[in-house]
Design a protein. Sequence first.
Length: 289
Amino acid sequence: MSDQVPVCLTIGSSDSGGGAGVQGDIKAYASVGCFATTVVVGITAQNTAGIAGRWTVPVPAVLAQLDAVRTGFPLRAAKIGTTWSEELLLAVAGPLRELAADGVPIVVDPVMVTTAGSWLSDLGRTRALVAETLFPVATVITPNRREAELLAGVEPGGSSRRALAEKLAGLGAPAVVVTGGPREHGDWFFDGVEHHHIQGTHHDNGAEHGAGCAHSALVAGLLAQGLTLTSAVGEAHHRAAESVRNGHVHLGDGPHPVDVLGIGAETGRFGGPGLRFPLSWARPLDVPR
Ligand SMILES: Nc1ncnc2c1ncn2[C@@H]1O[C@H](COP(=O)(O)OP(=O)(O)O)[C@@H](O)[C@H]1O
Ligand SMILES: Cc1ncc(COP(=O)(O)O)c(N)n1
């Protein structure tokens, strides 16, 4: 790992509930020692129960954010989450191609439906366009089963994750992680040549809001830290699963938010104390700094 903090980019949408979207990505990047920059393409009025409203950011504002980040920071990895519309996909395709040509690994998380069941993408032509515009610039794509089925254009439940991954590779994705669900534990990774079942423990505490966002940001962050793709996707799964296990089960009625930083954990992921903040840490005002 390099001794400089790697800078990563997320292109995604704001989750007012703080668990997923760019807010979740920032925490996931921080959890693997990366500095997060953000290009906000949409805004959601959201809590754990679902999305009450959503707005897209005008394309010129998206492009200006991308330009500011690209010219101001040495990006070491990027991820793209929500893509909303055809117009937006077409607008970001060019800058993403340039990033990829500069050797920046790009993780494509084709978020379409949230854990709570709200739609985050206007389907229609967008499905084919995601493959056309984002697969060629991707280092890896990280759909869940439902997103993989939608992108592959197959009926739900009829295909193995192996078959889905191969189908998406056939549409141009260089490598594919089909993430796990309630019935298929662990993740399925196809590196373009070989298949790997990343085994994992399933946690049934209902704290999965933001797991997919955390996972794809973790893959990008770990690539930025110099891990190989195979190591990054393995480690990202274990950290995402931990973030579910440590999840904020007391927050919200719907799927609870993950805790990727281990803020609420009794013990951190390395066995020491978690990031829980005891009030005794606060310095009295009269202590000179
Ligand atoms: N209940 C769970 N227990 C353990 N790991 C989980 C659980 N839910 C999701 N994960 C892991 O979190 C990551 C994101 O997966 P997933 O929830 O399928 O993404 P999405 O939010 O896109 O549906 C994957 O590595 C997956 O295996
Ligand atoms: C802005 C935004 N982006 C992505 C997700 C998906 O997250 P999840 O599937 O974990 O609910 C979300 N809920 N909100």
